[in-house]
Design a protein around this ligand. Structure first.
Ligand SMILES: Nc1nc2c(ncn2[C@@H]2O[C@H](COP(=O)(O)OP(=O)(O)OP(=O)(O)O)[C@@H](O)[C@H]2O)c(=O)[nH]1
Ligand SMILES: [Mg+2]
Length: 243
């Protein structure tokens, strides 16, 4: 387990992974926290990992995509500073589901919640195999040998432009001004939990982006703290209230 998950600390902020079953949410988190691609079982309910990012503790919630757990989704999103909407690049349906089934779950997230849209399983697509440069996968480690063999490659069903269009519709749904928000180009990722392609970049971009949210909330708490030592200006009534 990653060093950050050893001690249980109070999270400063929450990031939630949402998306249909089988898109690879758990695998992405394993890849990031354990630097491995390992067998998964379909998630039941949800689970969280705590990541220390500089002086901050960030919880990353892995949720179940199975329909039977759908009701729990909005609970997991409550107070989230960021949501990672994940689809499988080889499944158009998993992309459709994000808007039809998962977007409304984010109504309980913070008003300034940041959205990322992630197309996973890039290793399975023909276009990735053709364009992939071993140097760009997982930093400097060449992992082309672990990319899928051409026999198992599939047609990419969802393009990055589709993800960017969805990002625009999410901002509309949230009533946000596109110009005041993070641009779609920087918030739509294509990843592979299998090879590690873009996985560190995804999570670490999100960590950096939620730091202002932590600082904002800390500031709000400090400003709303009542100084019990300060002299009261109101007159005290017998009932102990200020008149
Ligand atoms: N080729 C490939 N397979 C992947 C990748 N990510 C996940 N998988 C496989 O996809 C299947 C589902 O992965 P999970 O990570 O369990 O999916 P999930 O989104 O967590 O699913 P639920 O927990 O049911 O919501 C597993 O067989 C994984 O091995 C990837 O990047 N490439
Ligand atoms: Mg899972």
């Amino acid at each position: 387990m990653a060093e950050s998950t050893k001690k249980l600390k109070k999270p400063d902020v929450k990031i939630v992974l949402l998306g249909d079953m089988n898109v690879g949410k758990t695998s992405l988190l394993h890849r990031y926290t354990e630097k491995k691609f390992k067998d998964t079982v379909s998630t039941v309910g949800g689970a969280f990992f705590l990541k220390q990012w500089g002086p901050y503790n960030i919880s990353i919630w892995d949720t179940a995509g199975r329909e039977q757990f759908h009701g729990l989704g909005s609970m997991y999103c409550r107070g989230a500073a960021a949501v990672i909407l994940t689809y499988d690049m080889t499944s158009w349906q998993s992309y459709i589901e994000l808007e039809e089934r998962f977007l409304s779950l984010t109504d309980t997230a913070n008003a300034d919640c940041i959205f990322a849209i992630v197309g996973n399983k890039a290793d399975l697509t023909e276009s990735h195999a053709q364009s992939s440069n071993p140097e760009e996968v997982e930093g400097s480690k060449p992992v082309r040998t672990s990319l899928s063999s051409s026999a198992s490659l599939q047609r990419k069903q969802v393009n990055r432009e589709d993800a960017m269009a969805l990002y625009g519709r999410i901002l509309l749904y949230k009533g946000l001004d596109e110009k005041a928000c993070l641009p779609a180009e920087s918030m739509c990722f294509e990843t592979s939990a299998k090879t590690g392609y873009n996985v560190d970049m995804l999570f670490e971009t999100m960590f950096d982006l939620v730091v202002p949210s932590i600082l904002k909330r800390r500031n709000e708490v400090e400003n709303s703290t009542v100084d019990l030592e300060a002299p009261s200006t109101g007159k005290r009534t017998q009932a102990g209230c200020c008149a």
